[in-house]
Design a binder for this molecule. Structure first.
Ligand SMILES: O=P(O)(O)O[C@@H]1[C@@H](OP(=O)(O)O)[C@H](OP(=O)(O)O)[C@H](O)[C@H](OP(=O)(O)O)[C@H]1OP(=O)(O)O
Ligand SMILES: Nc1ncnc2c1ncn2[C@@H]1O[C@H](COP(=O)(O)OP(=O)(O)O)[C@@H](O)[C@H]1O
Length: 279
């Protein structure tokens, strides 16, 4: 399974301050949220055995898989670590921090797909997932569990959590993107939209050519460096799209064959919503 296992020292890590969604530090369960190692990498705690196995297999297999073309959109993978952190003792995925080069990282987590439970999920999980982000998932095929944005003049940081994401619908989603992109604050903010759309289309094309890759509850991170808004450096350098969270991903023959319609539908709508912001 894992190609390497490194012992991670508790004193070398801290909580990832730029985490915008997903499992956070939970005192009652004694589980940490996403961590940042002093070497710059991200550590993702592996909290559930089946999901851990799925995500490890995805990262370990992608380079030699038929969807290796996605590699440039996926965080680099550096193996598995083991850590004892207060009362948590377990394993972590060691990943590239995909916003590491940004001075003022604006990051939005967008969960793709109308169906966010995997086909083997128990009915209780399916029911709880169906109730969350209902309007966005039903009408758009994606939802926004969280984002953070810097204000370009003051560089004040604001975080929007899943409560805000769950309040959004097809009409108000535009406000969320407008806030995230600082559209009413910086005239040239719209140039990032083109960059995001172009990268999303590349992901769309790769996934539409796949028949054995199916992603459930996986996210797209839209990211840009607020410190570069207004600069004349090309947006490709400071606006990136990345794919994360492969805990419910199917890559082999164990699942239906055919393109991942659930994921592609969400991506298509995301591209459409972003395109609508340009007008
Ligand atoms: O672990 P929890 O209780 O925070 O639940 C997670 C959800 O948080 P919420 O219920 O909205 O507070 C979380 O929901 P969000 O999308 O973050 O709102 C996910 O559904 C997560 O499922 P998975 O890891 O994608 O399978 C959920 O994880 P599990 O259902 O796998 O536990
Ligand atoms: N490789 C990464 N680089 C930077 N930030 C990341 C990376 N992976 C995850 N994150 C941050 O952590 C959050 C949760 O990640 P995710 O893998 O979805 O965890 P979970 O399985 O708990 O939902 C993301 O919304 C993002 O803010």
């Amino acid at each position: 399974m894992a190609s390497s296992k490194r012992v991670i020292l508790a004193e070398d890590v801290k909580l990832l301050m730029s985490q915008v969604a997903g499992h956070t530090h939970d005192k009652e369960k004694s589980t940490p949220g996403m961590l940042k190692h002093k070497d710059g990498n991200i550590l993702k705690p592996l909290l559930k055995p089946v999901q851990a196995k799925t995500e490890i297999e995805f990262y370990e297999g992608i380079a030699t898989s038929p969807h290796a073309a996605l590699l440039s959109f996926v965080p680099k993978y550096y193996g598995i670590g083991s850590i004892t952190l207060q009362s948590f003792r377990g394993e972590v995925l060691i990943l590239e921090d995909v916003s590491a080069n940004f001075q003022k990282p604006c990051i939005m987590d967008i969960k793709i797909g109308r169906q966010t439970w995997d086909p083997y999920a128990p009915p209780s999980k399916r029911e709880s997932e169906e109730k969350k982000y209902m309007e966005c998932k039903r009408d758009l095929g994606f939802c926004i569990p969280g984002f953070q944005v810097y204000e370009p003049e003051s560089w004040q940081l604001t975080k929007f959590d899943k409560k805000y994401g769950k309040s959004l619908n097809q009409k108000t989603i535009r406000n969320a993107f407008s806030t995230f992109l600082n559209l009413d604050k910086k005239e040239n903010a719209a140039c990032i939209i083109e960059e995001f759309i172009s990268q999303l289309k590349r992901i769309f094309n790769i996934i539409s050519q796949q028949i054995s890759l199916h992603l459930y509850s996986s996210s797209i991170l839209l990211m840009y460096d607020c410190a570069q808004l207004g600069s004349n450096i090309e947006p490709a350098v400071w606006a990136h799209v990345r794919m994360i969270d492969f805990a419910h991903t199917f890559t082999g023959d164990s699942h239906d064959k055919g393109p991942d319609k659930n994921y592609l539908h969400g991506l298509e709508n995301l591209i459409q919503v972003l395109s609508g912001l340009k007008s």
